[in-house]
Design a protein around this ligand. Structure first.
Ligand SMILES: C[S@@+](CC[C@H](N)C(=O)[O-])C[C@H]1O[C@@H](n2cnc3c(N)ncnc32)[C@H](O)[C@@H]1O
Length: 219
């Protein structure tokens, strides 16, 4: 099945509200658990960069998991950033900073970061090289890179079956977004090609029927 693009930014208020209020406990806690296995350094005291942070659930989980860290969380949607600012608890306010800006053009506060992570941004990008080029730009030797995203199923029928299996009880708007995201996602071989083209040395692992998890240390 060919890739079908979905709108790049999530800017519609109803869509953003549904996304911000959705229960991502399972995939997002798994993201952090896997990240912690890869970055087994609970006292990490550097700065992390969250690319395409949405309403910031992963940024908040990261900041709790690494209590000495700081996070810059970037998204091109003002509605998402506004939600992120609302949802941030007082005790994390000094350590998570939201930045509204479109990748790759946004200018970021630091030239490099100790950890760069991103969940579910890649499939939104018309040009996937934007993600890998931004990672390269803000990584220095030793930067830990962690990316998770959806994988494109082989057929429309398979995508519809996944929506039924994993989002049957979600609001219609979330079901629609999940379906569109599956169609916009990349296959394993396409992601491997992007990473090779970027000249990055990353491990790519399929971790479920619909998720890929990518890790590496910048050289
Ligand atoms: C599916 S959401 C993922 C949000 C968050 N990472 C999470 O896991 O909950 C994808 C986000 O990427 C943002 N996005 C898409 N293209 C972008 C770009 N070029 N620059 C910055 N943000 C972008 C969208 O606005 C949206 O908030």
């Amino acid at each position: 099945m060919k890739r079908v693009l979905e709108p790049e930014l999530m800017e519609d208020e109803a869509q953003v509200k549904a996304y911000a209020e959705a229960d991502f406990e399972i995939p997002h806690s798994q993201f952090i658990e896997r990240l912690q296995v890869f970055v087994n350094e609970p006292r990490f005291s550097g700065t992390a960069l969250d690319l395409g942070c949405g309403p910031g659930d992963i940024s908040r989980r990261f900041a709790k998991a690494y209590p000495l860290s700081k996070v810059y969380a970037v998204d091109g949607s003002a509605a998402m950033i506004n939600y992120g600012k609302l949802l941030i608890p007082d005790e994390l306010k000094s350590r998570i900073k939201f930045i509204h800006g479109l990748l790759p053009h946004v200018s970021l506060p630091q030239a490099d970061y100790g950890i760069i992570f991103s969940n579910s941004l890649l499939h939104h990008l018309p040009d996937p090289m934007v993600l890998w080029d931004v990672i390269k730009k803000y990584a220095v030797p030793g930067t830990r890179i962690v990316v998770m995203d959806l994988l494109r199923p082989d057929s429309i029928d398979e995508a519809l079956t996944m929506v039924q299996a994993y989002a049957a009880d979600e609001p219609d708007i979330l079901k629609r977004d999940f379906y569109q995201s599956l169609l916009a996602a990349f296959r394993m071989d396409e992601i491997a090609g992007q990473i090779a083209q970027a000249g990055l040395d990353l491990s790519i692992e399929q971790i479920s029927d619909r998720h890929v998890f990518i890790t590496g240390v910048a050289a």
